[in-house]
Each structure stands twice: as C-alpha cells, then as structure tokens.
Write a protein that binds this ligand. Structure first.
Ligand code: SF4
Ligand code: SF4
Length: 469
C-alpha cells in the first residue's frame, strides 16, 4: 500500500498549493437519508431564532447584552454555571458519540457540512454540472459561458451567505430587534449593516473558497479524532480484507474469476475517491480528513451492485469488525463516558428546576459606614439588583427583614415592578434598633415579596458601632 498519503493532506498538492476538490455528485441510500436530516436541521437552524416559547426566543446568544435563551429558558450571567455545565454536557456527549460512532456528528449534523454539502455544493452542481463538467469549466478560458456561470454562482452564493448572516444576527441580537432594524431600513442602523456585511463576507469565504479546509485545518473537533477513536469505534471504513484479498485490488474484467486469482472485491475504479468532498482515498484507512459523509459508501455500493458483488465493501464498521469480525460492544471507556454524562445531565436538570425565577442581590453601598439616628437606631444604605428571569412581570415587589426586627425603606416608593426578563435596581435603607443587633457585622436575612408571597430570600451584612454591642 502506498503510504505517501500520510505525508500530506489530500487538498494540498506537491508544490504546497491548494488542490481544488471537484467531488462527484453523490447519490444513493445514505445521501437520501442525509438530505432529509439536513432539511430538518436547516429548518431548525433558520426557525429557532424566530420561534418563541412563553414569549422567549427559542435560541438566543446575545453575548453583547449577556442574555441567553436555550430552548426557551432565559439564562443570565448569574446562571453562568448552568451554561458551563450544559457546554460540558455537549462536549462529553459529542466525545461519547465519537468514541462509539466516529465522526458521525461531522457527516450528519455539523452546520459546516450541512451548508457546504447540502446547500452550496448542490447549487454548484445545478449551475456548473457534475465533476467532469466542473473540471472542464475550471480549465476553460473566460468565455461567455464561464462568465455567466461564475457570476450566477457568486451571486447566489452571496445571497445565501447574506441570509445566513441575517439568521446568525438574529441569534446574536434577537429576532425582534433584527426585524425592527430591517423595517427601519439599513441606513438607520449603519453599524449593524456593517457587521452583517462582515458576517456575509466570512460565510461567503468559508463556503465559496475555504470549504473542506475548515474540517481539515481549522476545526478543533476534527483534530481531536486521533485521541478519541480506537479500534472499536465505528467509522466509515473500507473493508481491506475483502477489498484486497490475497493478491490485492484489480481492475474489473468481465468473466474473470477474481476469487480464483486471489484478487479482492475492489475493482480500483476510483469512484470512492472521486466522490469524496475532502479529496481522500478511504482505502488508505481512517484519515483525519474524513468527515464520515458516507458519499463513498453510496458510490461503492452502486459499483458493487453493477458488478454483482455484495454491497458494503465500504461501510460503517470498526477496525475490529473488519479484522476480527467483532460485533459492536459497550466498552469500559464508553461506559465511563455514559456514566459521567448521566450524572451531569441529572445535576443540570436538578439545577434548572432549583433555579429561582428572581435573582436578588443586596449589597452595602461601597465606602459608606452606618448612620446613627435618633432613638438608638442604626441605619445602613444598600443597593439592590433584582433580575426577573421569567417572561412575566413581577408586580408589587417589596422587601422585609426576616432575621431582625427593623425596617427597610426604599428611596422613592414602597413597592415596584420588575418587568419580565429585566433588571430592577435601586437604593434602600435598613434601620435596626441597636438593642436588636448581636454584633458589629450582623448577617441579615431579607425576604423579597411580591404582594404577600415570599419569592426569594437573600442576605446582607449590617454594620454597627462596636461600642454599642
Ligand atoms: S468505489 Fe469501491 S470498488 Fe471502486 S475503488 Fe472504491 S472501494 Fe474499490
Ligand atoms: S472518505 Fe468517504 S466518508 Fe470520508 S469524507 Fe471521503 S467520501 Fe466522505
């Protein structure tokens, strides 16, 4: 077997320049399944920022204002621990899947693959034709046909990149604001328009030019494959035992008894290589470039059908399955990942349900000491911050001292409203008779009420002069 594929990546030629990949248009069982999966995911991706649950955007990642919605649940920076746990769950989930099923995520679910293979590449086939036509068009001089096709392709690619950029922005700033900006007209929000055009340019660059390089060079998940995969991981694999036989692969000849000659089932037709969007030869074994897109499985199955041999020369299989005919087993490594994942999901769900609707923070005003008032009363001044994490307004909000006898006075009103998903802040004074204090730094327990209902408790320190204790 030639080993030179290990020295370089499939998309760089000997001079170190980009070797442009012109993959054959895939067709077959898996490609059909993948199309349906991609339709579902594209609808999910495009609809999520515009779909609302209880008035909350389904998915939103407003980094600038630090507001996040995940599956309709609003998250605040104060919920960062939940966000971190959900990210860790995501990573372990993908790692678990990778150990068991290789890069199944890359081939079936990754937005890069979905957009590249199921949107941009299909437009390219529609405009430029299949592999042969694309190669001819590329070599051909700039005549009217090439100019027309190129301009059409670049224009359609730009429009789709612009659409993706808009959806991306809806995730970032919220769909309501995006729609508002669109109806105000682009000139009313120049800075947003500039950001939108920058996003468009990035998407255009990625899908029109950078393409499979994202998976090969840029994606950190792709680089992790070497550590995550083992002999038991199920990946898109060439059955080299069957394909090579005793005397290696050989071109197909009618009426030749390949078995008697000791040749394997691979007829060296190169169709699996031609169809590969990352330009590799899967017959060399599992490679970093392979995104498990299944195109080579479909292509080889078609060939096997044509020459009346069983399908599955390239298939989903582990190294052990090919070498020892071993079936899939739930290895200790998989069990370990699954256990950690189950525990984390349990913790996450628990924390989600224990999360308060209202987050209250009461802090003493920095640099302020206590004030001694008439009647042996000590007064401290505080700032309060209340975050309403729900999608309904919380009315009639007031504070009461739960741990000590005393009074809480708001600066301008007795009670107030915390609007849905908003922050309310202000200043308050706490006054306690010194005889009710037990030290110079008492810990107070304060109740936050909506009408007569206690909705949250919080604590704060109360300073008092030492001589009074
Ligand atoms: S498509 Fe199948 S038969 Fe043809 S070269 Fe690839 S593995 Fe061999
Ligand atoms: S080797 Fe096969 S599965 Fe891997 S990227 Fe190429 S075509 Fe897709």
């Amino acid at each position: 077997m030639e080993e030179n594929f290990r020295d370089s990546i499939g998309t760089i030629n000997e001079e170190g320049k980009r070797a442009w990949v012109f993959p054959k248009k895939p067709s077959g069982r898996y490609y059909e399944y993948r199309k349906w999966v991609s339709y579902g995911l594209l609808i999910f991706l495009f609809a999520s920022p515009f779909f609302k649950i209880n008035g909350n955007q389904f998915l939103m990642f407003n980094v600038l204002e630090r507001r996040f919605n995940i599956f309709g649940f609003p998250f605040w920076p104060q919920d960062f621990h939940l966000f971190v746990i959900s990210m860790i769950i995501g990573v372990i989930f993908i790692a678990l899947f990778t150990v068991a099923f290789g890069r199944i995520f890359c081939g079936w679910m990754c937005p890069q693959t979905i957009f590249m293979e199921m949107v941009f590449r299909r437009i390219e086939y529609w405009i430029d034709g299949d592999r042969g036509a694309q190669i001819r068009l590329d070599k051909q001089s700039w005549n009217a046909e090439k100019i027309r096709k190129r301009l059409l392709k670049w224009f359609v690619f730009f429009v789709i990149s612009f659409l993706i950029a808009n959806v991306f922005l809806a995730y970032l700033i919220g769909s309501d604001r995006l729609i508002q900006y669109v109806s105000d007209g682009p000139l009313a929000h120049m800075s947003t328009l500039v950001s939108l055009l920058i996003f468009t340019a990035v998407f255009y660059f990625v899908f029109a030019w950078f393409r499979e390089q994202v998976c090969i060079i840029a994606c950190p998940y792709g680089r992790m494959q070497g550590v995550l995969l083992d002999n038991k991981s199920i990946v898109v694999a060439y059955d080299h035992k069957r394909g090579e036989g005793e005397n290696g692969r050989k071109k197909f000849r009618k009426n030749e008894d390949r078995q008697a000659l000791g040749h394997g089932d691979c007829i060296d037709c190169f169709q699996c290589v031609n169809v590969c969007p990352t330009g590799i030869d899967i017959r060399n074994g599992t490679q970093l470039e392979c995104v498990n897109c299944t195109a080579c499985i479909d292509e080889c199955d078609t060939i096997m059908e044509k020459i009346n041999l069983p399908k599955g020369l390239i298939r989903y299989a582990s190294e052990d399955n090919i070498e020892k005919k071993a079936k899939f087993t739930f290895t200790p490594r998989l069990k370990g990942y699954a256990a950690v994942l189950t525990i984390l999901i349990g913790v996450f769900i628990g924390m989600l349900f224990l999360r308060n609707d209202l987050e209250a923070n009461i802090l003493r005003l920095p640099g302020q000491l206590y004030e001694h008032k008439e009647g042996n009363i000590i007064s401290n001044v505080y700032t309060y911050k209340l975050i309403n994490k729900t999608s309904r307004n919380i009315d009639n909000v007031s504070f009461k001292l739960l741990s000590h006898k005393g009074q809480i006075n708001l600066v301008s009103f007795d009670s107030f409203q915390v609007p849905a998903q908003e922050l309310a802040e202000g200043t308050l004074f706490i006054e306690i008779n010194n005889s009710a204090l037990s030290g110079d730094k008492d810990k107070l327990k304060i109740g936050v009420y909506s009408g007569d209902d206690l909705i949250e408790t919080t604590s704060a320190r109360f300073l008092a002069p030492r001589s009074y204790n």
